[in-house]
Design a protein around this ligand. Sequence first.
Ligand code: NG1
Ligand code: ZN
Length: 566
Amino acid sequence: MSLLPADITANLTAGIASYPKPDSVVYSYGTAGFRMAADLLDSVMFKVGILAAIRSKALGGACVGVMVTASHNPVPDNGVKLVEPSGDMLVPEYEKIAVAMANASTVDELAELAAAALAAASVAPDAPAAVRYGHDTRPSANRLVAALEAGLAVLPAVDAIPVGLVSTPQLHYLVKASNEPQFGIATLDGYNNKLIAAYTQLLEAGGAGNGEFDAGKLFVDGANGVGAPALAALLAAAGPDFALHASIVNDGSDPEVNILNHEAGADYVKSNQMPPPVLAETADRCAAFDGDADRVVYFFNSPSAGFVLLDGDKLASLMADYISSTLQVLVDAGLVAADELSLAVIQTAYANGASTTYLRNELGATVEFTKTGVKHLHHAALAYDIGVYFEANGHGTVVFSPKYVETLARVAANPDLATAPPAAAAATQLGLLPAVVNQAVGDAISDMLFIEAILRIRRLSVADWAALYTEHPNRLTKVAVADRTVFTTTNADQQLVEPTGMQDAIDALVAPVDAGRAFVRPSGTEDVVRVYAEASSQDAADALALAVAKLVYDTADGVGELVTSF
Ligand code: NG1
Ligand code: ZN
């Protein structure tokens, strides 16, 4: 029996009637929240609205966020994820409640779950709550946001604040800033102005103010998603003197031609290892966002080497390289002790082995591995004073500890700086980084601005950057199986626990391959099992990926057609 007041139960009854759970669907909260065909998500949105309100009530009314997006997925899909007041991803305890609520079909079940969540937090149903919610450019957004709003209206005293069309990182920023005013002004203007000011000051401190270095032309592929208008708004706010001139392509302006994530964007570029058709010819520097602008990769077409991709591993490497060498200036000047600030790069098993070798052996950085999914990387990164984290697909950011901020404030106040211009410049640059880099979550615009600043400060071309290290040939593929939940992993997704015996079989396939590496894990966003392989040649990496994919297909009830060549 529900312990909720009658008016709330009446709201639940109306909501369940309007947004019934489809019988055949089992919902799960994956690496990116709930994500699937938009037609199946109305009931989930209604329940997420209720849960977001409960989460805020449980946190004393601190503002939480809800983002309606399916990132790089095709247009018919959509999804939803919750954001904590700090701008972090939802805590695991609430992911479980979210799953239980999403799978509840009756008013009683739902009422009981809501009442239990309120009771567990010792909070009354009418305690205050604040929820900011936004969406990407998908056609299903309006309908799903209406379902979300119905859920937000179930409990009393909920301040539901729509923020409209935003990138995922903008939503995270707005939530964090509304709880932590020192982080920034909780408006899109606040977001733009913070990044514009920090980028401009960073260039000046790095001796690369406007006009001091010609960085060449930059194209930005907006994936026909929200990143294009978001970047256009930032550039408009920055004005004509801003030291970044970008031509935005795949900007979604013509819905007939510009289809979200179709032959466009970071996922297309990374998965197909080729430029989007609209940038097939250019030799200029290009950045590609994904559909909700929380990922970015770079690429260019080299006259000699053809298509060259600079993925999340390359972004992480350049950022770590720049930060550690700038910090070294302060260490050499005796202003910071050598081991005072810890720096680590957090990667997943999908990181190219050559990047890990570069980071460890050439940069001397600590490298840690976590399971796939930015929430895992983000949490691991928080253990360091400087935590650089990126997935190979371009999802990532850098987080800085309070100790980092305090240390740089101490250095900035040191009178010796006045007579040591290089140290003063280094200290100013490092002090600006927490403002340049979106601390809440990976952010294509903020990551791009940081990379653009480093290229200018270091006078690097995109080809110089690409030459930091050479990737090991690799192949990522996927296999559809009857039930991907039978696959469980350990050791940061690098080894299978179940199905029993499959890891031994994979090891046997890898053993004879020169510089071979392969692993298998179930996707959290698609109904497939992913297979990754690396080797000393592309042919060997492809052959290893195919052999492992066949093993998975044959022993785990493969569905549909198995890829037999690339
Ligand atoms: P899954 O589908 O769980 O592999 C994909 C990406 C993740 C992450 C999430 C969230 C790969 C191999 N996997 O997850 O890195 O970005 O989507 O969007 O790129
Ligand atoms: Zn995304």
